[in-house]
Design a protein around this ligand. Structure first.
Ligand SMILES: Nc1ncnc2c1ncn2[C@@H]1O[C@H](COP(=O)(O)OP(=O)(O)O)[C@@H](O)[C@H]1O
Ligand SMILES: [Mg+2]
Length: 264
């Protein structure tokens, strides 16, 4: 508890605006003591210097904006949900995965830790394959630290938001980039994203970036092909809606991706 107070003191000293007092309250209310301990550890490790504001409060995870000691913007994704619904929803993605198989069924915290670690590893693997994803920086328990996509605390827009300001040519270019992202994920990183859509792509510095990769699976996963077909269908129907017709090269792309999967 004392350690925790030190962290808040730092926030209080540096941030005196009402908005930030609200933030301290929010962080305290939202994060349980064990999660606070993981954040404290990341502070001690020198990964995080201070927590700033909430970027997103989803059903399972919260994403915060934070700063590193050197002043670099960070995104801190914290998995908070230990509900039966969440366990059920991830079951499909972890079957046959040895990393999850020896976790005792009642140990939800271990399950979330492994899930966080899986997102970190997937980010690493995608990055090594040259796919644009946020650089993974660290993980600790249910807390994942990565590169912040955005400027000064303002996150970059999701594709679903950015599309409204795009010309038809830009949308066509975005489709080509999305196709290239899929090639990178499937043919080079040898993964299937399994939740690839306009909601998990950000538009930053003139390019498309993939986020939210905890559920991504390897080609050996029993549902890999099913997930891949769904990913292609979801992104294609988004572009179809905005282009007023099937995006160019869809059949070829589908064939190419399925054959990358087939060579597993
Ligand atoms: N690296 C990042 N930089 C900036 N914003 C991010 C980053 N990662 C996620 N976000 C924001 O947080 C939201 C939720 O993150 P996401 O990983 O998609 O989790 P989930 O959809 O499971 O809640 C995203 O829609 C995006 O707005
Ligand atoms: Mg998401």
């Amino acid at each position: 508890m004392r350690r925790r107070a030190r962290w808040f003191k730092r926030l209080r000293e540096e941030e005196r605006r009402v908005k930030d007092r609200d933030l301290i309250k929010t962080v305290e209310e939202v994060l349980d003591p064990i999660t606070m301990g993981h954040i404290e550890r990341l502070l001690q490790r020198g990964v995080i210097w201070e927590m700033k504001g909430t970027i997103s409060a989803g059903k399972e995870a919260r994403v915060f904006w934070a700063k590193s000691r050197g002043g670099r913007d960070l995104a801190v994704k914290i998995y908070l949900s230990f509900t039966a619904e969440f366990r059920k929803s991830i079951r499909k993605y972890i079957i046959g995965d040895p990393r999850f198989e020896n976790i005792p069924s009642g140990n939800f915290r271990r399950l979330i830790y492994e899930w966080t670690r899986k997102e970190y590893r997937n980010l690493q693997r995608l990055r090594e394959a040259g796919v644009r994803v946020p650089e993974p920086i660290a993980f600790q328990g249910n807390v994942l630290v990565m590169e912040f996509l955005g400027e000064e605390g303002y996150r970059a827009p999701l594709l679903v938001e950015a599309v409204n300001d795009m010309t038809r040519d830009e949308i066509l270019e975005a489709w080509r980039e999305a196709s290239e992202l899929l090639r990178g994920i499937v043919c080079r990183a040898r993964l299937v994203h399994a939740d690839f859509s306009e909601y998990n792509i950000m538009v930053w510095r003139g390019s498309l970036w993939v986020i939210d990769v905890a559920q991504a699976v390897s080609h050996h996963h029993p549902y890999a092909e099913e997930f891949l077909v769904r990913d292609i269908r979801n992104i294609a129907s988004f572009f179809e809606e905005h282009l007023g017709g099937e995006p160019p090269g869809l059949d070829g792309l589908r064939g190419e991706l399925v054959s990358c999967l087939g060579s597993r």
